[in-house]
Ligand binder design. Structure first.
Ligand code: TMP
Length: 236
């Protein structure tokens, strides 16, 4: 079954590296928000350019949602439909943490906005890379982008928001300590992912276990139904 896994975290928390490593290990499509499509790249430039002045908080939330709508329609859903796993560097959790906890917009409204933009596609698992601001690697040698420049208090609220989101939904969110070296963090991510989604632990091409013998009363199995199925994924 194709899985949709998202990495979340604060600035310079190692998400890009770790999401790329997991995607490679899974043979998954690796993508990101904002900017996972050509249209999204234009939105990313606008959203992150420090010269974009006076963007209102609601306009910012809507542009993030527009990027997500395009990303889901053009990249994520088609890949899942082809049976490919998808690993995204940021998704709806970023909107809840940054525009919700950071900017102060109502989180439940942002959840609805994101659900609408994504046509209710929610991740199977969200990996939160936990890195305190004092430890997060800086972006030496270049001026901070518009979001990075939003101030200490803003980014503290974002990190506290992530903790609150993960605590409220521990089934969907896995917190991984991101402060160790990249190899150790990658191993911790792999353990967290395969613990929550054990079907991913089988390497691609591994022989599938032989099916159990046919049941004596097949009609009873049909009555029980198939968990999971093709219905919409539950809300994050
Ligand atoms: P990054 O991908 O390099 O981390 O930069 C993306 C920035 O955009 C980061 O500051 C988080 C921010 N962001 C939001 O504020 N809301 C969102 O919904 C998303 C996807 C990203």
């Amino acid at each position: 079954m194709a899985r949709f896994i998202v990495f979340e975290g604060g600035e310079a928390s190692g998400k890009s590296t770790q999401s790329a490593r997991l995607a490679e290990r899974l043979g998954a499509v690796h993508t990101r928000e904002p900017g996972g499509t050509e249209i999204g790249s234009a939105l990313r430039d606008l959203l992150l350019d420090a010269r974009t002045l006076g963007l209102s908080d609601r306009a910012e939330a809507l542009l993030m949602a527009a990027d997500r709508a395009q990303h889901v329609a053009e990249v994520i859903r088609p890949a899942l439909a082809e049976g490919r796993h998808v690993v995204s560097d940021r998704y709806a959790g970023s909107t809840l943490a940054y525009q919700g906890y950071g900017r102060g917009l109502p989180v439940f409204e942002l959840r609805r906005l994101s659900g609408w933009a994504a046509n209710e596609l929610w991740p199977d698992l969200i990996v939160l890379l936990d890195v305190p601001r004092s430890v997060a690697g800086g972006r030496a040698g270049r001026t901070p982008d518009r979001m990075e420049a939003a101030g200490e208090a803003f980014h503290d609220r974002v990190l506290r928001g992530y903790q609150a989101l993960a605590a409220a939904d521990p089934v969907r969110w896995a917190i991984v300590d991101g402060t160790a070296g990249a190899d150790d963090v990658a191993e911790a991510v792999w353990e967290a992912v395969t613990h929550r989604l054990p079907d991913l632990a089988d390497p691609p091409g591994a022989p599938t276990p032989s099916p159990p013998p046919p049941p004596r009363k097949p009609h009873l199995l049909h009555e029980r139904g198939e968990p999971g199925g093709s219905g919409p994924r539950p809300v994050a």
